[in-house]
Design a protein around this ligand. Structure first.
Ligand SMILES: C[S@@+](CC[C@H](N)C(=O)[O-])C[C@H]1O[C@@H](n2cnc3c(N)ncnc32)[C@H](O)[C@@H]1O
Length: 534
């Protein structure tokens, strides 16, 4: 065993990951919390290696055991050994750095790839006292009894997945998600496919919330748990997207870019083939970032999402504010606002300048609307607890832009059990349609200074969409439809049913199977000028 005159340190990333693993195993602490409390490391790579370890724990520990890595090197940190072996066998399949503890398994890994065998070699107990134990190439990554275990798990899993659908009760899917949070969305969605619910793996979309608060939120760095001091108030940075991109690059995300003249088909092809560590900026909505579906759980729990620096929002619903396009300083009425996702996005589009009346008739939901918009620092939002049908022209004479997003069947929502297996309930649809027509028609007839109205539902039924539009145009001839597709520079595919003349081609559908978003319907109306006819 030779001592190196100058030891080379194990890379911070491995040491940090090993530290987290140790705390998680010994103190039963939540890995996510530990990851985000880790100051100096790239949280996403920590997440990847730790996830791989938890998926392959049996195999990793078996490999360490059978090679005698820890037995022969008692001072080797067991957590570091687990991380290095995981990285080598199940993650990047190579190790960074020149330190002896890293170098020896790395060389071994090369040999291993050639021989298709696991040949974990122990290195030094510490950086300065490297010990190399060359083990014969007889240890496989998946020991036989592990395969048997995997087989049994798969069998049990398949039985569960094939049996549950026949139980046929609503909410099983959400029960699965709540009870087994480690099942990722893909797994849960696979189960839903088995139940004949058409669920696609939707891309993850989020946008960067501009710094609204007088005192800007902390910079885009992982939030420190034990942070005591409030960050210094400073001028908000101008380009929030650039700041977000910088943050993502520092976390090893790669941006996939398209040529400026890329079509919507090109865009869809590109997002379908996003690599695990790639993201894209959206083709239609400025500031929206698109990630592969597998990262949905990661982002849902991310501190920057919790801190409302990034707002996770289905891309389709971001189109409402994009199409309404109120300029900075405008006066907007959001007639059915809670919980406030679109209100917040409109506020972002307006750069928090102007005024947004956000109306909600359900008290609990109204409170959520108040909380969400306040937390996000949306200073221009004025929440109003009221029935939208009671709003009077006198009080809202200044309104120029209106969003109508009424209650609907929700048949386009992908996270529900009700997508395709729920029979069409004509009576319910008729009732909903009545309310939708009332609210949209009230928007069109009651406010004298309105320029544009966006109507949207998360339903795929024509009763709530084309038919509502048709009836409201009949009742309010002072309005005309604008082409949503044109507003998206023709970079869109799915429009409405052309059996509704002058309506189908102008309205827009987002469809899960083709657009990888929730199922959403959108229509855009403009007030005619004096004497204007078709
Ligand atoms: C589809 S949700 C709106 C989602 C919201 N725009 C968002 O993006 O977060 C419909 C909301 O409208 C509310 N609502 C329904 N009818 C209403 C009415 N007549 N006046 C005010 N709010 C109404 C419902 O209580 C519900 O919260």
């Amino acid at each position: 065993m030779s001592k190196k005159p100058h030891s080379v340190k194990v890379p911070t990333q491995y040491r940090a990951t090993a530290k987290i693993l140790k705390a998680a195993l010994e103190q039963q602490k939540c890995i996510k919390t530990l990851i985000f409390a880790e100051k100096h490391a790239r949280t996403r790579s920590l997440h990847t290696v730790l996830k791989k370890f938890s998926e392959n724990r049996v195999a990793v520990e078996k490999a360490i055991e059978e090679t005698g890595l820890l037995r022969d090197n008692p001072s080797f940190d067991p957590s570091l050994a687990k991380i290095l072996v995981t990285e080598l066998l199940f993650a990047r399949k190579e190790l960074n750095g020149e330190s002896k503890p890293v170098q020896t398994p790395a060389e071994m890994g090369k040999k291993n790839r050639k021989q298709q065998q696991v040949d974990v070699v122990a290195s030094a107990a510490t950086d300065d006292s490297p010990a190399v134990i060359d083990s014969p190439a007889e240890h496989h990554t998946q020991p036989e009894d592990t395969s048997a275990e995997v087989f049994l798990w798969l069998l049990a899993y398949s039985v569960l997945m094939f049996t549950l659908p026949f139980l046929g009760f609503y909410g099983v899917r959400s029960w699965l998600q709540e009870s087994f949070p480690h099942l990722d969305l893909f797994t849960v969605n696979c189960w839903s496919v088995l139940t004949a619910v058409v669920v696609v793996n939707l891309v993850v979309a989020m946008y960067v919330l501009k710094a609204f608060r007088e005192k800007p939120p902390p910079p885009l760095e992982p939030v420190q748990q034990d942070e005591e001091e409030e960050p210094e108030a400073a001028e908000p940075k101008k380009d929030h997207l650039a700041e977000a991109l910088e943050y993502l690059y520092s976390e090893d995300w790669r941006r996939k870019e398209l040529p400026a003249d890329a079509s919507y088909a090109d865009f869809l092809t590109a997002i379908k083939s996003l690599e695990e560590d790639e993201f894209m900026t959206d083709l239609h909505v400025e500031g929206v970032l698109i990630f592969p579906p597998k990262w949905s759980n990661y982002w849902v729990r991310h501190p920057l999402v919790h801190g409302k620096r990034f707002i996770l929002q289905n891309k389709a619903t971001c189109l409402a504010a994009e199409l309404l396009a109120p300029p900075t300083g405008a006066t907007v009425l959001d007639m059915c606002a809670a919980p406030g996702m679109k209100t917040m996005h409109i506020c972002n589009v307006m750069q928090n300048k102007g005024c947004i009346y956000a109306v909600e008739q359900d008290y609990k939901r109204y409170n959520t609307l108040c909380d969400i918009t306040e937390e996000a620092g949306c200073a221009i939002v004025k929440p109003i607890f009221s029935d939208a049908l009671d709003l009077t022209p006198e009080r809202f004479a200044d309104v120029e832009y209106i969003l109508v997003d009424p209650s609907c069947s929700g048949s386009g929502m992908q996270n529900r059990m009700t997508v395709c297996d729920e029979p069409k309930d004509d009576r319910r649809l008729q009732k909903l349609q009545g309310l939708q027509i009332k609210i949209l028609s009230h928007a069109m007839s009651s406010f004298p200074n309105v320029k544009r109205i966006a109507y949207c539902t998360c339903s795929l039924w024509k009763e709530e969409n084309e038919q509502v539009v048709q009836r409201c145009l009949q009742l309010n001839p002072s309005y005309k439809l604008l082409s949503c597709k044109k507003a998206l520079r023709n970079k869109w595919h799915n429009v409405g049913d052309t059996d509704y003349p002058n309506i189908g081609k102008n309205v827009l559908y987002c469809l899960p199977e083709s657009d990888l978003t929730d199922g959403i319907f959108l229509a855009l109306f403009e007030k005619r000028r004096e004497g204007e006819v078709d």
